[in-house]
Design a protein around this ligand. Structure first.
Ligand code: GCW
Length: 720
């Protein structure tokens, strides 16, 4: 080949490559998942034609950073979705303007004289109107952050291909504080993080701020998440040092235009470690003064600082009880320090001291319930959804409905500590729905957890919810492409805890993958079934905490080596010749009595207890007759098998989508699903072989033979 030929064949290759790229839409960007659900790729032509006349220009006047963000998001988002530039204008001079802002930022919105008071500080209204005879869409709010939320909502309508004719939408968040809790350490590691390293680069801060943090804030704002606790609740005092506060202030500066306020986890003994005091006793005036001064210093640097998040006297953390004071003494002392700045204290209820013969499931109630009505007005008591610890399934925490005079905030875990890390596809909205929909009967029928969380049951003044984040430095943020859906679901439920799982899944799929109806319905089904299937192959029928010690990945029901008895799976499942499960009724720990009747009685009676909670509340005889007519042992085994079958079917389903999902993400998810199948088989075999040593019964028909021996499963934990 001479050089001319080489050149021309090279040119041909290039033009071919371009043609292929144009046809497939590939090559523009690797589909690495970085854009989350905020992808603004062109919609199908017929949608563009429908939308185009209604989106010709963006009118979002005002010079603040938040108004800038609104302009950029709307103009960039609409241009991307509509496949061509959208004008940014000062006024409405044509049909199709999208006007966004507040009565203060926009004379136009002011001139409408809309009654906006009912929207509160963060709500928005979106309406199709005529302005000076021209068709326009107005996104109005009392605050710029409200307008930003409205802008994201408008974009979501486009992304999910909803009609934008005759819009008349008013929304406001049901809970006030909607925050992520990051268990990020100062060395860049993330406790229970499965998506790389921490997003905060403490080494480089404050001089260098990763531009990615802006995208983190955008993603949160798109859901209405308005708080971020930056550091691990297993806190290092240094987070509160002058040096680290300057770093946190730099982060707060990036988050501010997006309405995300920064919170910090406070180590209770910081006055000793940072302040050189001899004690951290909350009744010591020097200690109280130290915290007051610390709060003043923080607010100097971060004027909109949210407040402190505290894990005290839990799992080795210091706390007021270290000094013979109680939780209220500690929380209220900190609350007094931040109160002058309108800050708050979020005190965690995750407290369970090990005592001989005690039941961990009843411990938080025992520790905190007696303090009902004693916490200061700016304290939220943050309670995990279930009484033990973010298990694949737990009944709701009995503190919900038991502290009518205390401001409770649910804590959910978005990161999948006990749910297969970021290797397993498990959409958590259905699990959280089950929690929110639980009826506590605290004030009669209909006293759901939702009504406690949103403050309506007890007129709770300050409301909130936290999700332990699953974000990290991985390009796709959450480790598994589908784990992004859990961040999304958390934010959407924090905004409106009545949203249906199906709607959340549907929105997310459309925004993240495709609007193709067949694919949307196939993926919605997969997502909605995924959590129950994970429960099937991990902890069916009320089993819990049977994971490998320490890392909590994979099964180890035989595990009994932890220094604390209540960290051992054997403590929880109590398998013996008679049966399986923890008796929490009168004949056992009786912690079922922490629930109100009739829930209490329902759970306490083996016959009426929902089967999904059977081994949670009862020591169930192996031959107990289940509703299906099968004995408990057989039913248990079939659940394990069902979980495995589901993963296999899902792999097939996913394979079928190879030509509708981009190659990069398709391959990445396929790889994860292969791991999930391997793990599900491992779970089934290891658990059934182990429990069989007690049940002494054969596996029922339909359950596959284990692949290895029990000894082999016991010898080595699942690798991840
Ligand atoms: O779920 C457990 C985790 C710990 C965590 C603790 C908590 C931050 O195993 O890693 O510590 O809960 O919620 O405080």
């Amino acid at each position: 080949m001479n050089s001319d030929q080489r050149r021309s064949s090279g040119a041909l290759l290039v033009s071919l490559a371009i043609a292929v790229m144009l046809l497939t839409g590939a090559g523009v960007k690797a589909e690495d998942g970085y854009r989350l659900w905020l992808r603004y790729d062109p919609l199908p032509q017929q949608m563009i034609e429908l939308y185009r006349p209604r989106v010709t220009s963006i009118v979002a006047t005002g010079g603040s950073a938040t108004m800038d963000a609104i302009r950029v998001e709307l103009a960039g988002g609409c241009a991307g979705l509509l496949g061509g530039p959208v004008l940014v204008a000062e006024k409405v001079d044509r049909d199709g303007a999208v006007v966004a802002g507040t009565p203060k930022s926009s004379p136009l919105i002011a001139s409408l004289n809309w009654p906006l008071a009912g929207l509160g500080p963060e709500g928005f209204r979106i309406r199709s109107v005529k302005l000076g005879g021209r068709a326009a869409t107005v996104i109005a709010a009392n605050s710029e952050i409200g307008a930003l939320y409205g802008a994201f909502h408008f974009l979501r309508l486009l992304q999910t291909q909803q009609s934008i004719n005759n819009l008349n939408i008013s929304q406001k968040p049901r809970l006030q504080l909607r925050m992520l809790n990051h268990w990020d350490n100062l060395d860049g590691s993330v406790e229970r993080g499965y998506a790389g390293r921490s997003l905060w680069n403490w080494q480089e801060l404050p001089d260098k701020v990763d531009p990615r943090l802006r995208d983190y804030a955008r993603a949160n704002a798109s859901l209405g998440v308005n708080g971020s606790a930056l550091n691990n609740v297993n806190a290092n005092s240094r987070s509160l040092s002058a040096e680290y506060l300057r770093k946190a202030a730099a982060i707060a500066g990036v988050f501010r235009p997006y309405g995300v306020r920064v919170y910090l986890s406070a180590r209770f003994s910081a006055p000793i470690e940072l302040g050189g005091l001899k004690t951290a006793d909350p009744f010591d005036p020097e200690v109280a003064t130290w915290w007051k001064k610390k709060a003043d210093e923080i607010y100097q640097l971060i004027p909109d600082f949210g407040g402190f998040l505290v894990k005290a006297n839990s799992e080795g953390q210091p706390g007021p009880r270290t000094y013979n004071r109680n939780h209220v003494d500690g929380a209220n002392m900190l609350a007094a320090a931040v109160a002058p700045h309108n800050g708050i204290v979020i005190w965690r209820a995750f407290v369970y001291d090990m005592k001989e013969g005690y039941d961990r499931a009843g411990a938080a109630y025992g520790n905190l319930q007696p303090f009902d009505g004693k916490f200061a007005a700016n304290v939220l008591l943050q309670v995990k959804n279930g009484p033990i610890d973010f298990q694949p399934r737990e009944p709701f925490h009995p503190l919900f409905g038991a502290m009518p005079k205390t401001q409770l905030a649910p804590e959910l875990q978005i990161t999948q500590e006990y749910l297969g890390f970021s290797n397993h596809l498990a959409f958590l909205a259905p699990m959280w729905r089950e929690f929110f929909d639980s009826d506590t009967f605290a004030k009669g029928a209909g006293s759901t957890v939702t009504k406690i969380a949103d403050g309506s049951l007890y007129n709770q003044r300050l409301t909130g919810i936290a999700g332990v984040a699953n974000t990290g430095s991985d390009l796709n943020w959450s480790g598994h492409h589908f784990a992004q859906a859990n961040w999304y679901a958390f934010g959407r439920l924090a905004w409106n805890p009545d949203l249906a799982s199906k709607q959340i899944a549907d929105e997310w799929i459309r925004m993240t993958f495709t609007n193709d109806p067949k694919t949307v319905s196939a993926l919605t089904r997969v997502m909605l079934e995924s959590h129950e299937s994970l429960v099937d192959y991990m902890t069916p029928l009320g089993l819990h905490h049977i994971m490998w010690g320490g890392h909590h990945y994979g099964p180890a029901p035989w595990w009994d080596k932890e220094k604390r008895g209540d960290w051992n799976p054997t403590y929880y499942h109590r398998a013996d010749e008679r049966g399986l499960g923890f008796d929490r009724t009168k004949t056992g720990s009786n912690s079922v009595s922490q629930y109100h009747p009739p829930t209490r009685d329902l759970f306490a009676d083996l016959k009426t207890c929902p089967e999904k909670f059977l081994a949670w509340f009862h020591h169930v005889p192996w031959d107990y007759r289940m509703r299906s007519g099968r004995i408990f042992w057989d039913e248990l085994a079939l659940h394990y098998q069902r979980g495995v079958d589901w993963v296999r079917a899902t792999r097939k389903e996913w394979d079928k989508l190879a030509n509708v999902i981009d190659a990069d993400r398709h391959a990445a998810v396929a790889k994860k699903l292969a791991i999930q199948e391997r793990d599900a088989i491992h779970w089934r075999d290891a658990c059934l072989l182990y429990f069989q040593t007690f049940s002494k019964r054969p596996l029922p028909d339909g359950v596959e033979k284990p692949r290895k021996t029990l000894e082999e499963y016991q010898a080595k934990s699942l690798a991840w």
